[in-house]
Design a protein around this ligand. Structure first.
Ligand code: HEM
Length: 377
């Protein structure tokens, strides 16, 4: 797809080169492995006996203490607990709320005839929804938004400060919900039990913070990338305006083409062999989801953005026991966001006087901003 930039936003040529010449490579200086092929990456995700999600010994960060960074049997237990609060019924029940927020955000932008798709639309939506799910009272929303921004920002002091504030805040809410449960995620979490065991206070807070970090930034980038891809592929956009029922399939193609999480990390738990290379116990492994999803062995013409691609077994949400717990929520939010935007402003166009710039991160893919000119006819 031609985004009109002089450089690739995602290093697809480099990925292709690595898949062909060094699919499993050790970087001596930095001391980690890089894995580029679809099948290899899937096998790493599937094999938690050899590849551990526990990637640090010194746990100081709530994310490092969260479900994302656990191996079985502890992972299985925690996953069972939190899945109870993340059922399809809970997710589906959010649809009307997501729709009304998407419309409100479009209303705000309509008069000015412009919006930054990232800051004015794709970013507020998932934050408001997760606050709603957790049961954060409306008067605390602003504070909540500042925390979620600080959690993914570059300012480490701000990060630590917000972590402290969030710990205190969530433990207070958890206390209240323990005494007086209401119909929200925190009430469900404080009362959920597996084999008679409940979540500890630290696990509960770690999980809430993980939802903010893992859920918001990724979904925001998925929605923004979908808006960008459809602006670039006008034919796909026309087809979706004509037939909004195709949006879910188009979202899957955006997940493949511009995977919001470009890589994940594992640590070798027991020395093992991958594609003829020996990976020693303790070494780190980067699995390049972004490359797997463009692997020509798996996808015909991976360079084509094809909203009709079927099947589309991308690895954007991972694979195996850590498969993204929020995948259905992310799919629902992005489907409603795109259907609403196309219904309200079918002729939106990217303002090309602003060059596209990728966010400075090799883990997350997203652009820094996406100014749009809005037209309803
Ligand atoms: C796990 C991607 C949205 C919550 C994961 C993993 C990936 C991923 C790749 C697997 C990590 C691994 O194997 O180490 C994404 C993408 C999203 C998204 C691309 C949006 C487009 C969300 C949302 C939530 C969420 C909206 C919740 C509100 C989680 C949790 C896990 C996870 C809790 C850990 C599951 C476990 O360890 O068992 N996600 N995610 N994600 N995601 Fe998502």
């Amino acid at each position: 797809m031609n985004w009109g930039t002089t450089e690739e936003l995602i290093p697809l040529s480099w990925f292709k080169h690595m898949r062909a010449h060094s699919p499993v490579v050790y970087h001596e200086e930095q001391g980690y492995w890089d894995v580029f092929n679809y099948e290899d990456i899937k096998s790493v995700f599937a094999d938690h006996e050899h590849y551990s999600s526990v990637t640090t010994d010194n746990v100081t960060d709530p994310i490092d203490a969260s479900i994302l960074k656990l191996d079985p049997p502890k992972h299985r237990q925690l996953r069972k607990l939190v899945s109870q609060a993340f059922t399809p019924r809970v997710i589906e029940s959010l649809a009307p709320k997501i729709e009304s927020i998407a419309h409100e955000l479009c209303d705000l932008a309509e008069a000015g005839g412009r919006m930054d798709a990232l800051h004015d639309f794709a970013s507020p939506l998932p934050i408001i929804i997760i606050a709603e799910m957790l049961g954060i009272p409306a008067e605390d929303r602003e504070r909540f938004k500042l925390w979620s921004e600080a959690l993914v920002g570059d300012d480490y002091d701000a990060y630590l400060q917000c972590q402290g504030e969030m710990n205190a805040y969530f433990s207070q809410i958890a206390d209240r919900r323990r005494r007086e449960p209401v119909d929200d995620l925190i009430s469900n979490l404080v009362h959920a039990k597996v084999d008679g065991e409940q979540l500890s206070e630290l696990e509960l807070i770690g999980f809430c913070i993980l939802l903010l970090v893992a859920g918001n930034e990724t979904t925001t980038n998925l929605i923004t990338s979908a808006i960008l891809c459809l602006d670039t592929s006008k034919e796909s956009k026309e087809q979706l305006i004509e037939n909004p029922g195709l949006v879910p399939q188009a979202i899957e193609e955006v997940l493949r083409y511009c995977s919001p999480v470009q890589m994940m990390i594992r640590r070798v738990k027991q020395t093992t062999v991958l594609r003829g290379r020996t990976l020693q116990q303790g070494q780190m492994v980067q699995v390049r989801i972004g490359s797997a999803n463009h692997d020509e062995e798996q996808f015909d013409h991976p360079e084509r953005f094809d909203i009709h691609r079927s099947p589309n077994p991308h690895l954007a949400f991972g694979y195996g026991i850590h498969f993204c717990l929020g995948a259905q929520l992310a799919r629902l939010e992005s489907r409603i966001a795109i259907q609403t935007l196309l219904a309200r402003f079918p002729h939106y166009e990217r303002d090309r006087s602003h060059p596209l710039e990728r966010m400075k991160s090799s883990i997350i893919f997203g652009v820094n901003r996406l100014p749009l000119i809005l037209r309803s006819s």
